[in-house]
Design a protein around this ligand. Structure first.
Ligand SMILES: [Zn+2]
Length: 341
């Protein structure tokens, strides 16, 4: 009887121990996965890395490559292969030689040569399927590392490429704005398609917010050194200033409703938010560091009407307007959508 009880107790102990060990193991695995997860790059980070690598292989800048795709694919880079786009950026120079035997040795005689300046002629020269990416093209070219061939790749100018591809006037304007907006990091971080009415706006969809001020003093950036705090942080909008900025009018960039007037906005200073409903889209423009406000919460405003004046309230280095813009809740570079006419 005693022995049986003892055996029973021992078995119970053994089960308890196993349960504890399993618990600890599960816990360790859980912590490990959480920890490792931080080092697994996100989809956007992977895409950005691929753009950089593909551009390096093609010899262009990654900004050029991203901009080219952003315009072609209307901001939707999700299913785009950067290495395929990179083929468009290269032209190929080749020479073919033939060995000619002579009595005193022999020599390599040039048989033919030329420049292939578009992707389809490069694919067909190598006998590759159309749609082969730059990895495949470079791999194919390795087979020609023989004395009878010379093959060299060089990058095209973006300007030449857009002519070759027949970019429309609208697309070229879009591309120019992207190349000067400095927001490519941000764009890659949040690839979303902009609606048609934005894409088709020739001169920027929204109105310029400061009719008398035309100097962009700071652009939208995912991270920049803050002029006052000295630390690196995102700049979520665009700063506009100019001569006699203090008291200069600020206008609504589109028809909308004033959803907030904040007279005590901390580092934002006096600021106004206006909501613009366009179809199912919600755009919110926010005007910061104002000196005066000329609208009230709930008030409807029309495009280009004065809503306040430029000031230096909150934290800043001098009177300027800081304009922020969100599209369905996503911060977006205002310079992509407003053009100083
Ligand atoms: Zn600012």
């Amino acid at each position: 009887m005693k022995a049986r009880r003892k055996r029973y107790r021992n078995r119970n102990k053994k089960w308890g121990k196993m349960l504890l060990m399993t618990g600890i193991a599960v816990f360790i695995i859980f912590i490990l996965f959480n920890f490792l997860g931080r080092f697994i790059p996100s989809e956007e980070e992977k895409k950005a890395e691929d753009y950089k690598k593909a551009a390096e292989m093609a010899g262009c800048t990654w900004q050029e490559l991203v901009t080219y795709d952003t315009v072609r694919y209307e901001n939707n880079l999700k299913n785009v292969n950067p290495y395929l786009s990179a083929v468009d950026f290269v032209k190929m120079y080749y020479e073919i030689y033939n060995y000619v035997e002579t009595e005193n040795g022999g020599y390599w005689a040039l048989v033919s040569g030329g420049t292939l300046s578009d992707s389809s002629s490069i694919w067909s020269w190598f006998g590759l399927d159309s749609g082969s990416d730059l990895n495949a093209v470079l791999k194919a070219s390795k087979k020609y590392q023989k004395p009878e061939f010379v093959i060299r790749f060089s990058p095209k100018e973006l300007n030449d490429l857009i002519i070759e591809k027949g970019f429309s006037e609208k697309q070229i304007q879009w591309l120019d704005r992207l190349m000067t907006s400095g927001s490519l990091d941000e764009m890659l971080g949040s690839s979303y398609a902009l609606p048609d009415y934005i894409e088709s706006a020739e001169q920027g969809y929204f109105a310029w917010p400061t009719p008398a001020l035309h100097v962009i003093t700071s652009k939208f950036a995912s991270a920049r050194k803050h002029p006052v705090f000295g630390i690196t942080r995102a700049h979520n909008g665009v700063d506009i200033s100019g001569d006699n900025a203090e008291g200069s009018p600020v206008v609504a960039i589109d028809n909308g409703v004033v959803i907030s007037v904040d007279l005590n906005g901390g580092e934002r200073g006096i600021n106004i938010k206006v909501q613009h409903n366009i179809g199912n889209d919600i755009w919110i423009s926010r005007y910061q560091h104002l000196s005066t406000v000329q609208v009230a919460e709930g008030q409807s405003v029309t495009k280009n009407t004065t809503i306040g004046t430029v000031g230096n309230t909150g934290v800043g280095t001098g009177p300027h307007l800081h304009l922020e813009l969100t599209y369905n809740g996503v911060l977006i570079d205002p310079l992509l959508l407003i053009v100083d006419k």
